[in-house]
Design a protein around this ligand. Sequence first.
Ligand SMILES: [Zn+2]
Length: 206
Amino acid sequence: MNTDAQTLIACPSCDLLFEVGDLQDGETARCSRCDAFLTTYRANALSRVTAFAASALILLVLACSFPFMSFKASGIESVMTLPGTALALWHDGMPDLALVVAAFIVVVPAGVLVMLLLLASSMKLKRGIALLKPLGRLIFTLQNWSMVEVFFIGVLVSLVKIAKMATIVIGISFWAYAAFSILFLLSVTSLDRFQCWRRIEALAKS
Ligand SMILES: [Zn+2]
């Protein structure tokens, strides 16, 4: 077996080692033992990452700028915005929770998207190669700490409960955040871990 680290991949599910050669565009490698996904190669992966990440960032800015939703109950109306949710926690004497919420639903995802754009453009232009390794490591670590979809599911669950007590008007920001969640997932999943590190290694050697 060729022991070049560049071509070896361990199955994330059963740890079996594989030697993965050059894949064709759109080709996917799977584990022969447990059928787990190993890696996929797309010739236009960097363009996809750039397009998805840029669109997601624009939608996140929109989501932070408009009302998320408003509630009407017994004549009183209150409008909720995305930054307002964290601010409300801060004013209610829970600054630590406010920081965690802001980090998980806005700051970390925005940071990951900016870093994805940097990584993709740096790989395309073959500039700033020295930054690629720390950038790649940070992106794959922080991915686990963005709770975009968890937050959105939480919102949907609480909507069902609040709907019984108040009239809810869904704002522009709600739809923007919903679209942002999908684009965020697409931009993160468009960057294949194995192919990304393989490319970084090749660029570092060249
Ligand atoms: Zn396996």
